[in-house]
Structures are given as C-alpha cells and as structure tokens.
Design a protein around this ligand. Structure first.
Ligand SMILES: Cc1cc2nc3c(=O)[nH]c(=O)nc-3n(C[C@H](O)[C@H](O)[C@H](O)COP(=O)(O)O)c2cc1C
Length: 192
C-alpha cells in the first residue's frame, strides 16, 4: 500500500503530474458554473477515447447545475451521494450502448469506462475535479429520460471545482480526508 498521508499518488517513478494529482473529491465549491469551452473539452476528450472496433458505445446526459435536468439526475442518486453531489457544477450520466444492429457490444462497459478516464484526465487539465458514482438508480434514470432498452446508465459523474473538505457533513467527509491507497505493483503483476 502507498503512503499514509500524502493525497498525491505515491509512485515508484514519476508519472504525469495530472495523473499523480488527480483525486476524486466529494467537496465541491458551490455555485460554480462551468465555462462552455470546459464542458466542450470534457466531452471531446470522452469522444476521442478508443473503443473496440471503434463502436464508440458511449452516450451522455449532461445536466448543469440549476437546470431541471440536474434535479432529475440528483433525485436518482443514492442519498449518501446526493448529500455532496448537489454542490457539483454538473452531473453527467455515462450511458453505455449495450447492443447495435449487429448484436451485443461485449466491450461496451470497458469502452465507456475508458471514455470516462479521458474525461477525468481532461477535467484535471481544466483545473476541475470529478467523482464518479455507482450509487444511483439506473432504472430510474432510464425511465426519467425515456432511454431505449439498449442504452444503460452505468455511472453518474459529478464535475466541478474542488471545495474545502472541512465544509462537508461528517457522514460523507471520509474520502476527502483519509489517505489514498492502492495495491502495490507487486500485487498487480500476475505470474512474476
Ligand atoms: C465506477 C465507480 C463508481 C464509484 N462509485 C462511487 C459512489 O457511488 N460514491 C462515491 O462517493 N464514490 C464513488 N466512486 C469513487 C471511488 O470511491 C474513488 O474513485 C476511489 O476511492 C479512488 O479514489 P481516487 O479516485 O481519489 O483515487 C466510484 C468510482 C468509480 C470509478
């Protein structure tokens, strides 16, 4: 496991500074609107991710703060997530395309995850923070936005400017103040 206090990634050799400093905060600065160019850059980064057979099995619902869609997405989050995500500048639903005319897209979830990794990296470059969520009601979102059966809401991504963790309610503050940990490389490499 990595170092106990430093919230930057502790690595055996240097990695890109944006990757080392990226972290998923729950504290967002409230009342911040994203610039249109920032939003466009995030979506372009996601759009240009690689995918199996270039199938691009990703679709997005983008809900900016203080819009009806933001409230619709927020209402579908698990209560523990809604508590902090309400202060984000935008909520993005990452939707995978499960099948196309040729049949199931077996790597759709993998590809969608990769597009979110690109978005996350671009967000770091824009000075923004991102926290992805599995804690939401996918069926409720699909119903709310009348998604066809092949479109599966897979994660909700809170995007904004990192805020002061001291302002978080105690029940949700943990991840922003506790050390960030990873398995060691020796635990990840199989067969050596
Ligand atoms: C697919 C996915 C689902 C996640 N679900 C939640 C969630 O529902 N609530 C939450 O607070 N964090 C959630 N997270 C954030 C992770 O807990 C976080 O990324 C992990 O602890 C590593 O921290 P780091 O991103 O700061 O390195 C999720 C992350 C991913 C990638």
């Amino acid at each position: 496991m990595n170092g106990p206090t430093d919230r930057h990634a502790q690595t055996s050799v240097p990695i890109h500074p944006l990757l080392a400093s990226r972290q998923s905060t729950r504290a967002f600065e409230a009342g911040v609107d994203l610039a249109d160019e920032q939003v466009a850059a995030l979506l372009e980064a996601a759009r240009w991710a690689p995918s199996a057979g270039n199938t691009q099995p990703w679709r997005f619902i983008l809900a900016k703060r203080e819009t009806p869609d933001f409230k619709r997405v927020l209402d579908c989050l698990a209560p523990g997530n809604g508590e902090w995500a309400q202060h984000a500048s935008a909520l993005l639903v990452a939707v995978r395309v499960d099948s196309d005319a040729k049949g199931p897209l077996r790597h759709a979830e993998y590809d969608l995850g990769q597009s979110m990794a690109h978005l996350t990296f671009q967000a770091a470059a824009e000075g923004l923070t991102v926290r992805q969520m599995a804690g939401f009601d996918a069926e409720a979102i699909a119903g709310e936005f009348e998604l066809p059966a092949e479109l599966k809401p897979t994660s909700v991504v809170a995007i904004g400017v990192a805020g002061d963790p001291a302002g978080l309610a105690e029940a949700v503050a943990g991840p922003d103040s506790s050390p960030r940990r990873r398995l060691g490389l020796d635990e990840l490499l199989i067969g050596v």
